[in-house]
Ligand binder design. Structure first.
Ligand code: NOJ
Length: 762
């Protein structure tokens, strides 16, 4: 990786960013609400009315063409049609991933949609700055719902600052497959943690008057074959795993939009799946917002519309003229068309984008820095720390070797639609994403390097030490520097991306070999991981300390240095299992990676011998592990993980005592036994009664408890009956099974010193 990348050291010019950010004109100002509006009364602007009532009043005013116009986009970034009338409207697009013109005569705003999983994406193409937050999986690793809220609120504010009113970013696909290239933009493997964290993030975002989404609904748990594969799972398993994350996220966050995914489920495309969209989402969950297709995930007009899809993006292949025709012929009833439109209108009123349209302005860069750093610090997970090697005592260290991963210039990000452009340009020529998985959907964005250099941050913390950098391309040379230094810090990176999966969980580019060589040369070797998800660590017994910094964002280096030197006491916990090897996973080989791509038939008239593209043929992904996702698999199969779900060390130690459990609440005491202040994520797991067919334990509650040295706190956590339930497919409802429930309380899924049994009666 290292040799192939040319360095493009560009200074981070804050001033330039601020000036560049000024030239933005809001969607509203450019032709949405107000422009060309008639002076007729607009009763729907009465804020005393409910969002439903207001939506109904506007709906009654819309023509059929205006309705159809709200149900599809004008192409990515505003389309490309040659028609001048089309272009005049498309010119209003803000340049985001999606654009839907509003109805100016009624004051309906243009929908300006921006990808915004880890910050507002693609701003740089328009000279705009946005905060590059740590990856969402880092936010999940904080287990801190207040931070999740702040994360969403920051993105919401910066969307407004740039003139957007719809966010595309609430990814909560379950980390079923650790090789999935998009795990960095999701929330880990546990549905309760993932659903709760995404729910609070959506709350934070929508409180800024932005339409928030949750995606990709559902079971798009890997990139390989995402546009072709069909996932097979029975209803109970879906409801208790992937769909539970969505159910909780929607319940807590009340997003105004759901994005259906590319893949098929049981043979039907997710965006025309009657059970998922109409039966479950809209009927059982009473979702009142609209369903938007992932970009290019619409496959039909009538079937999709009747199944519950409300809006096609980014173009109009199925929900433009074809939908109008289907309505006129009665194939799609007018009542259904009105329902599609009403849902969008309702969301516009409920989110506040009509009453409080975005006002463009320079984003508050320093506030963004502060949130980014807080998340990076709180999400860093200390995996191993033997002999108290960390934190480093700056005054006693004379020399430090910093090795690898361009730590002299920046920190990496994940790639794809989630990618936030680096301020001032990537610090390193963007690498190809790791792994050889099949590329999907033409994603070519392989991550970027944000100008936050660990080397400089380490130097700033250890001003008396000699701090030297080696790029890590030559293991022997790096080991020689390590040998001559008091401490060696190896920064190891794995760049992952939308559009491709990893074929294995090894660190790429001989970094395992580099770490082993450095560790052999210096027993005080510390490994800092910058990865999208779990990696294997064949060198783990050779190094005393390792921490996971994920993709740590624009203040990543400062967070890494703060953890190294103990200014921050780590509090993060793994939101997923780190396996020892791929052989321990439910699928030793990535599903679909053994399917042979087939040539795509050449288009008519293509010259003989023209290069032919290939694509995967349809195939099934059968998740045979069923309910046993992540740690539940390792527990049920008695496999020892490298690091378990929920694991994360601190520079202090915590003791647990005094468990009292009833069927509705647990109470216990956590004590800080050390000499440093710290915070512990105390976790409660439940084992369901025998005969329920459930894995040994599931997460049901947690709390992040901050404790001064020597301090104890007694914590009481409610046991939500819903989280103790199983899904009864025959009766189509959740069921709380009477019987004995084991309660486990502790510091990780595998370290639960307190146990009790509670009995639930009929
Ligand atoms: C496809 C991705 O799957 C989705 O997450 C994204 O929001 C859209 N493209 C728009 O860029």
């Amino acid at each position: 990786m290292h040799t192939r990348m040319a360095r493009l050291r560009r200074p981070f010019l804050l001033g330039a960013i601020l000036i560049a950010s000024f030239g933005i004109v809001s969607a509203q100002q450019r032709g949405g609400q107000g422009a060309g509006a008639e002076q007729r009364p607009r009763p729907w602007m009465d804020t005393a009315l409910s969002a439903d009532e207001r939506a109904g009043l506007v709906l009654a005013e819309l023509t059929l063409d205006e309705k159809i116009g709200l149900l599809h986009g004008m192409g990515r970034g505003g389309g490309s049609a040659q028609d001048p009338a089309f272009q005049a409207v498309a010119a209003r697009s803000n340049g985001g991933a999606g654009f839907v013109p509003g109805v100016a005569r009624l004051g309906l705003p243009d929908l300006q949609m921006a990808d915004s999983a880890v910050g507002v994406a693609r701003g740089a193409s328009r000279g705009r700055y946005s905060t590059a937050l740590p990856s969402t999986v880092a936010a999940a690793a904080t287990w801190d719902v207040k931070l999740a809220y702040e994360y969403g609120a920051l993105i919401g504010r910066e969307l407004r600052d740039q003139g957007y009113n719809v966010s595309l970013g609430g990814g909560v696909n379950l980390l079923r497959e650790p090789r999935n290239g998009r795990n960095f933009e999701y929330q880990g493997e546990d549905p309760v943690l993932a659903g709760t964290m995404i729910g609070h993030r959506i709350r934070g975002l929508q409180d800024q008057h932005i339409v928030g989404d949750i995606k990709h609904f559902a079971l798009n748990d890997q990139e390989t074959g995402r546009q072709i594969a069909s996932v097979t799972l029975d209803t109970r398993v879906m409801r208790e795993t992937d769909l539970l994350a969505f159910e909780l996220g929607i319940r807590i966050g009340k997003p105004n939009m759901v994005m259906c995914s590319y893949n098929r489920i049981g043979g039907d495309w997710a965006c025309e799946h009657d059970y998922l969209l109409s039966g479950l989402l809209k009927k059982s969950w009473d979702f009142k917002g609209w369903v938007v297709s992932d970009w290019g995930a619409t496959h039909s007009t009538t079937k999709a519309a009747l199944a519950g899809l409300d809006q096609e993006m980014p173009g109009d292949t199925f929900f433009g003229a074809a939908l109008k025709k289907a309505v006129e012929s009665g194939e799609v009833p007018m009542a259904r068309l009105d329902d599609m439109v009403r849902r969008i209108l309702r969301a516009e009123f409920a989110s506040g984008i009509i009453d409080n349209p975005p006002v463009t302005r320079v984003p508050d860069v320093l506030v963004g820095f502060a949130v980014a750093q807080r998340v990076a610090e709180s999400g860093t997970v200390l995996l191993k720390n033997d002999r108290g090697v960390l934190p480093l005592g700056a005054p006693t260290i004379r020399s430090i070797a910093v090795i690898g991963s361009h730590a002299d210039v920046g920190v990496p990000s994940g790639g794809g639609s989630a990618q936030v452009d680096a301020a001032g340009g990537s610090a390193v020529k963007p690498p190809a994403a790791t792994g050889g998985g099949q590329r999907q959907g033409g994603m070519g964005r392989g991550g970027t390097w944000h100008p936050s250099a660990p080397l400089a941050a380490i130097k700033a913390r250890a001003p008396r030490a000699k701090v030297a950098f080696d790029d890590g391309t030559d293991s022997a040379q790096a080991a020689a520097l390590a040998k001559a230094s008091d401490v060696a810090i190896v920064v190891a990176a794995q760049v992952t991306s939308e559009g491709r999966d990893m074929t294995n969980l090894s660190l790429p580019d001989n970094q395992d070999q580099l770490i082993a060589a450095v560790a052999a040369a210096n027993p005080r070797t510390i490994v800092v991981l910058e990865t999208g998800g779990p990696v294997t660590m064949p060198w783990i017994d050779k190094v005393p300390a390792v921490f996971e910094a994920w993709y740590p964002g624009i203040r990543g280096a400062e967070a890494i240095a703060a953890v190294l030197f103990g200014d921050v006491n780590p509090t993060g916990k793994l939101p997923m299992t780190f396996p020892k090897s791929e052989a321990d996973l439910p699928h030793a080989v990535l599903p679909g990676s053994d399917v042979t791509p087939q040539p795509v038939p050449a288009p008519a008239g293509a010259p003989a011998g023209a290069q032919r593209r290939t694509q995967l043929p349809p195939f099934d992904i059968i998740y045979t592990e069923g309910l046993k996702v992540g740690y539940k698999w390792f527990d049920a199969e008695n496999k020892a993980p490298l690091f378990p779900f929920g694991h994360g060390l601190s520079y202090t130690t915590f003791a647990y005592s005094g468990l009292k459990a009833t069927a509705t609440a647990v109470t216990f005491t956590v004590k800080n036994n050390g000499t440093r202040a710290g915070a512990e994520v105390a976790q409660v797991y439940a084992g369901l009664p025998d005969g329920t067919g459930e894995p040994p334990r599931r997460l049901v509650a947690w709390e992040k408890v901050t404790l001064a040295p020597g301090e104890s706190k007694t914590v009481t956590l409610t046991l939500d009956p819903f989280l103790l339930s199983i899904f009864d497919s025959a009766a189509d409802r959740w069921q709380l099974v009477p019987g004995d429930y084991k309660i486990f309380v502790g510091t990780s899924s595998r370290n639960t010193p307190l146990t009790a049994t509670v009995r639930l009666r009929d």
